[in-house]
Design a protein around this ligand. Sequence first.
Ligand SMILES: [Zn+2]
Length: 375
Amino acid sequence: MARRALWLFFLLCLALPAWGDNEVSFQAGTRAFEQGDYQAAARYFRLAVQQEPTDALSHLWLGMALQRSGQPDQARRSLAEAIRLGGNSQVAEHAREALEALNRARPAQQEAPSQTSSSWRHVGAVQGLLGEDWHVRSTRYCRVWARNADRAYVREFVESLDQAYEINAAFMGTRTATPIDFYCFSLESPGHRQPRFAGLGPTRYLGLAVGKDTCLLNLGDWRTSRHLEPWEMTRVACHELNHMFLHGLNLRSSSGNLTWFAEALAHSIEDRVLPASRQRTLETIRLALRGYTSVDEDWRAMVAERDHDDYEQYRTYGVLLASITSFLQARYGQDAVPRILRAARESTLEEGFQAALGRDVPTLHREWKAFYGIL
Ligand SMILES: [Zn+2]
């Protein structure tokens, strides 16, 4: 009897790690992918594929990570493998779409390097900001303030700002006051060290919208001491612009909490200013939330934890928050957001949901979980 039990245990030991390792690698891969670290994601998914070579889903994600890290040929091979192994499944269908999109994509994304440093104006010292070498550059809707050495670094996001403004205007169904001032700070001299903005509290932000027309951007991530890639700056700027649009509407909340809704909107719009290959879709959100177990009573609790500097940031809040808006659009129409906003301006955010969608927020929270199969 004892011997038989031991034998069983031994068999389990042999069987379990193979499954467990693949799952561990896969989850690590989706986390890296969600954070935009596609090279790390590709490494994890490659490991997952080695651990379970017949898992079509791992091949699909490996293909998407390779595509985003600029290795289209290898990406094609992985996607083809996902199609072969996936048979008639949704995974195979998704891989087929990704492969077709990859084959359609043009090799060079770079267009219009356009007028650059010539349109910067030297202003020198600016009251309340550290440094003597500030420059300012205007776009149609925005003004960007940067130190001399950072001008080349911020070029890509400066050139995307007007597009980000238009994307937000269409998404929100409204326009907002201009010009909007963006102040750019290096990791060595971040926003909260500037005398003018020292009282704002949080220290680890990438971007911080201040009121309706001012935004602080740190060019590095204080949580990880990592410099941002230019495209990440573009995404942060688009996200913060959304907060400024929302702020301009002066919405009220009967529960005194608009943050979860502001973040759900901003996270869902932030990547629309990037090339299509870097954008979330309903399908990538569904895949990322596969097997997710909710630990929050409601959406407010989720955001409160995210914004707490003392907590470890172990969850991928971006996809969770974006999933709220994607759910609203999929279930209640692509124009759900402007409808909610219009209704909310008449009363409160909560009543706006009720008037526009015929549901209260707790009901929508339950529907959201059911929609993605969240436990
Ligand atoms: Zn935000």
